[in-house]
Design a protein around this ligand. Structure first.
Ligand code: UDP
Length: 375
């Protein structure tokens, strides 16, 4: 029987590969990069012994225990609850997403109870009838001052878009709090990091006698003719040579520098509220089992258009008028005409997905495909 071809050794591809290999299929995984793990890839900096997530911080969080149990076959976990602070122009660090302490600091007034915080937000809020854009959503919750301070400038540098042009779903990821909860993912019951890093977890996932791995290998259309089925995590527009136009993505340039431990702020991630080019900094030694001694490492993120960064696509851009989703749908209609092809993952399905959502999508997708194959 011909092999199944998986394009991409990131989260979507690796989960598909393992599930299909476990089900008895021979699987060939290709990736144009020279490492597994996609954007989850991490490695230890040889000079300092500190583990760095090479494509920015990946903090695993979910309430979906099926996803946790499945990944648990390939890794132990170390508990970690992520917290983020935003640096104001004064240099003061305040909790982000906005909570009661953030409101008190910015308005320079004491806020003792959630009811007081709610009343303050209600007096600032400017609700709009229809909520489509990120701006509509935020003005209705926190008003213009907090919207611009915490979201307007950050979003312009992150997405190259104004809040008015951006889909509300992007900022709905961050819940505004009126209590003092300061965890970044308070809604998720499971928050942890793979104990030996993401790369080791991917290596274990792909370590199977029925999985063949070819790194530094780009997809070619002739491969479709030779495989039983292709699960493809490459950007769907690139597969079709962008014939209807290119789907936009944001990319990030990472700037990693060494510092004496005493210079670190004591927070894993600091978001920048200024209008400069950088969005946030991550201090890797703050993550458990990431190393770090007298010298520590900081990575600062500089978002950019993917075309300016060797074509590395990280974030699908979402417009409030849905125009990019309509373009994506045109490619989907073409993909549906190809008998043995399924697009998967963030770039294949043009969705802003977190790791646990990609794993869930892959578990459900392989389940459905295996049921059809058995019928
Ligand atoms: N965001 C913002 N200010 C912040 C943090 C986030 O404006 O301090 C907005 C921004 O548009 C960002 C989105 O909220 O892209 C989602 O933020 P999240 O931290 O979830 O993004 P990720 O970690 O995936 O880059």
């Amino acid at each position: 029987m011909a092999e199944i071809l998986i394009v991409g050794a990131g989260m979507a591809g690796a989960v598909h590969a393992r599930r299909l290999a476990d089900a008895g299929f021979d699987v060939h995984v290709i990736d144009q990069r020279d490492h597994v793990g996609g954007n989850c890839f991490d490695s230890v900096d040889p000079a300092t012994g500190i583990r760095v997530h090479r494509y920015g911080p990946h903090l695993f969080h979910t309430s979906n225990m099926r996803v946790v149990d499945w990944l648990g076959q390939f890794t132990d976990w170390v508990p970690y609850e992520h917290r983020v602070v935003a640096r104001l122009e004064s240099g003061r660090l305040v909790p982000m997403p906005i909570n009661a302490d953030t409101i008190a600091a910015v308005l320079d007034r004491p806020v003792d109870t959630p009811a007081e915080a709610e009343a303050m937000l209600a007096s600032l809020a400017r609700p709009r009838g229809k909520v489509e854009s990120a701006e509509d959503h935020l003005l209705g919750l926190v008003g213009p001052q907090l919207t611009e301070l915490f979201f307007g400038r950050y979003t312009r540098k992150m997405w190259g878009q104004d809040l008015a042009e951006m889909d509300a779903a992007v900022v709905r990821r961050l819940k505004i709090r009126t209590d003092r909860e300061d965890r970044y993912f308070p809604g998720d019951s499971f928050q942890a990091l793979p104990a030996r890093g993401y790369t080791a977890m991917f290596e274990a996932m792909l370590d199977h006698p029925r999985i063949r791995l070819s790194l530094s290998t780009a997809f070619e259309h002739r491969m479709l003719d030779e495989c039983l089925h292709c699960f493809n995590a490459m950007p769907i527009d690139v597969f079709f040579e962008c014939r209807h136009g290119a789907l936009p993505y944001r990319s990030i340039r990472f700037h990693t520098t060494r510092h004496p431990a005493a210079a670190a702020p004591g927070h894993a991630t600091v978001n920048y509220t200024d209008s400069g080019p950088f969005t946030r900094e991550t201090w890797w030694h703050e993550l458990p089992r990431h190393g770090g001694d007298a010298t520590v490492l900081r990575t600062v993120e500089e978002p950019c258009d993917y075309r300016d960064n060797r074509m590395e696509r990280y974030y699908p851009v979402k417009a409030s008028d849905g125009r990019y989703d309509r373009l994506y749908q045109r490619y989907c209609a073409e993909a549906a005409q190809v008998r043995n092809l399924t697009f998967i993952g963030r770039c294949g399905t043009y969705q802003y997905l977190d790791m646990h959502q990609v794993v869930n999508q892959a578990l459900m997708g392989t389940e459905a495909w295996l049921a059809r194959a058995a019928a």
